[in-house]
Design a binder for this molecule. Structure first.
Ligand SMILES: C[S@@+](CC[C@H](N)C(=O)[O-])C[C@H]1O[C@@H](n2cnc3c(N)ncnc32)[C@H](O)[C@@H]1O
Length: 198
């Protein structure tokens, strides 16, 4: 019997072959079971450069799901990535897809270990295909780091996320962005605005 996408991805994961995963599966019909967006090697390089410019030493990825993106980001950049999830019951149950990094499971009120991640001034925060506006705002309220990354669809894709990749976000300035191949999915990097006293 032919192996499923998940089975092959797991094999490649165990071999550390993240480049093969993004090349082979970025447009596979079952890809959303594991991850909504498969950035290209160039996209990962772009993120690495941005994180370096702002001297980020870690990334806290909120709503990480399976953690496949987070594992690949870690491999591609050498920067440590933690994954935060509210739906621990699903991601740890026997019917769920595999998880690729240990998840930090939180309640919507945010547990202490999540607040520690958010309070780390060397961290960037990342939301990929996040879908909860009020939770997004709550995470940002507690976040102390210099960089915000949003990955999601632009208008015209017919899919909506909260937040989208080109929103005006109070206190943040859009710095650079890249399209993921020609998918109408974008990676947007924001930096924290410095308030100047008058
Ligand atoms: C559409 S999925 C995207 C998953 C993954 N980032 C991806 O791109 O494949 C949105 C995820 O956000 C999680 N989520 C929703 N509200 C959350 C919250 N308040 N804190 C953490 N995760 C949350 C959901 O459980 C779900 O796994």
């Amino acid at each position: 019997m032919e192996e499923s996408m998940t089975e092959v991805v797991l094999k490649l994961y165990r071999l550390g072959k993240w480049k093969e995963i993004v090349e082979k599966y970025h447009d596979h019909k079952d890809r959303n079971k594991l991850l909504w967006v498969f950035p290209s090697e160039d996209n990962f390089e772009f993120l690495k450069e941005c994180l370096k410019e702002f001297k980020c030493k870690g990334v806290a990825s909120v709503g990480c799901g399976s953690g496949l993106l987070e594992w690949m980001l870690q491999k591609a950049t050498g920067i440590s990535v933690t994954g935060i999830e509210v739906d621990g019951a699903w991601w740890h149950c026997k019917y769920a897809p595999p998880t690729f990094i240990p998840l930090i499971v939180t309640s919507p009120q945010l547990n202490e270990n999540v607040l520690l991640e958010l309070g780390n001034k060397d961290n960037a925060i990342l939301f990929c295909y996040f879908n909860n506006r009020s939770a997004f705002e709550n995470y940002l309220k507690h976040f102390c780091g210099p960089v915000l990354v949003i990955i999601g669809p632009d208008q015209g894709k017919g899919v909506y996320t909260e937040p989208g990749p080109f929103e005006k976000i109070l206190g943040w300035e859009l710095y650079k962005w890249r399209e993921v191949r020609q998918s109408k999915d974008f990676l947007s990097v924001y930096f924290r605005r410095v308030e100047v006293d008058s």
